[in-house]
Design a protein around this ligand. Structure first.
Ligand SMILES: NC(=O)c1ccc[n+]([C@@H]2O[C@H](COP(=O)([O-])OP(=O)(O)OC[C@H]3O[C@@H](n4cnc5c(N)ncnc54)[C@H](OP(=O)(O)O)[C@@H]3O)[C@@H](O)[C@H]2O)c1
Ligand SMILES: [Zn+2]
Length: 335
């Protein structure tokens, strides 16, 4: 089979299509013929050599978490799926033994890790991590869901938002950003988002953004938000954390999941305690979250925004579009 492998950790130029042996499913596993795999900034961090998870010794490395396709083979003791089933993968890898695996939520697993290997024609996965796809949900749509939408969905739950609340989403045009906007729309929340690109904001308005602020300047953005927000979904980190804290209402919650704009942030300590604000971290979501998202899409509550679908040979171009901040929503590779 063919796979789009990272052969050099130098950014989008480091992707090559390579031949790999066809995977055989082992105990409890299934092989999925990959019809779509969406990419995330997480893959780009790896490709740019900015992830502790992968180094030169691991090359060539096949990344890709968000797999959707059709089961082509199952190994011994693989339950719940059979060849021919249309599925999407929950990329969580958990130990099944720690207190969080037993008591939940599973994404807090003490040995939490992520599946990689979807940027290929076939993927060997844990059968019990596969979620069935209803007929109306196509592979590209399904592949958009796991990392971005599951993370956004869990962040909104962590923020304990209620219908009518206002949610601030700095960087509202990427995977997690658009996912948050669309989920806000589906859940009856008001969204306020930012982008440096007016054209990209217009596309996000089309899928439910209530208010767009066209700026990357945190002072300018702060000045534009005249009414405090109930929650902040912060996947940017850096200077956007202080901004998020300052526009948060008393008792509000900022949930942080990323560091695109910087791995360290400053906080105003007095404002934090006097304002009874909460700042919490969050990573991924649970498999039941993904199941719920698939149901919501099947019911027509929202439809994930897929900006563009690339053939496997153009995986490098997909990463270049992400690195250049050209795209809106999700980018999908269709092997
Ligand atoms: N912890 C978790 O479980 C988890 C899960 C998913 C994602 N994440 C993290 O969340 C972040 C977003 O991931 P993603 O896949 O959604 O990425 P993405 O699609 O590349 O996000 C693009 C968005 O980020 C903005 N952006 C890009 N570079 C920026 C910069 N230097 N300064 C300010 N804004 C910038 C873009 O704004 P413009 O419109 O202005 O270009 C756009 O709105 C990443 O840090 C990722 O690692 C974490
Ligand atoms: Zn565990």
């Amino acid at each position: 089979m063919q796979a789009a492998a990272f052969t050099d950790l130098v950014g989008p130029d480091g992707v090559r299509v390579v031949d790999r042996p066809d995977p055989e499913p082992e105990r409890g596993e299934a092989v999925v013929d990959v019809e779509a795999c969406s990419i995330n900034r997480h893959d780009l961090w790896i490709l740019e050599g900015d992830s502790a998870m992968v180094d030169a010794d691991d090359l060539p490395f096949v990344s890709g978490l968000d797999v959707a396709g059709t089961v082509s083979a199952v190994g011994p003791d693989a339950t719940g799926v059979e060849p021919g089933d249309r599925v999407v993968l929950c990329p969580n890898e958990t130990c099944g033994r720690c207190r969080f695996c037993r008591d939940g939520p599973e994404n807090l697993c003490e040995n939490f890790s992520l599946y990689h290997g979807g940027l290929a024609e076939r993927a060997r996965v844990s059968a019990d991590r596969l979620v069935a796809l209803p007929d109306g949900v196509d592979a590209a749509t399904a592949a958009a869901l796991p990392t971005a939408y599951m993370t956004a969905y869990r962040m909104l739950q962590r923020a304990a938002v209620e219908a009518g609340d206002r949610v601030f989403v700095p960087g509202a045009t990427g995977g997690v950003g658009v996912a948050t906007v669309q989920l806000c729309d589906a859940l009856g929340l008001e969204s306020v988002g930012t982008s440096r690109s007016p054209a990209k904001l217009d596309r996000v308005r089309d899928v439910g953004l209530d208010r767009g602020i066209e700026s990357a300047d945190t002072d300018e953005i702060e000045a534009a938000i005249d009414e405090p927000v109930d929650a902040v979904v912060n996947h940017l980190g850096g200077e956007y954390s202080k901004l998020g804290q300052s526009v948060l209402r008393r008792g509000g919650t900022m949930v942080v999941c990323g560091r695109t704009a910087g791995g360290t942030s400053e906080f105003d300590v007095a404002d934090l305690f006097l304002g009874h604000k909460r700042i919490v971290g969050s990573t991924m979501g649970t498999q039941p979250d993904l199941q719920r998202l698939v149901e919501l899409v099947a019911d027509g509550a929202f439809s994930p925004l897929v900006n563009e679908t690339y053939p496997l040979a153009e995986t490098g171009a997909a990463f270049a579009a992400m690195a250049e901040r050209e795209s809106v929503g999700k980018l999908v590779v269709a092997p």
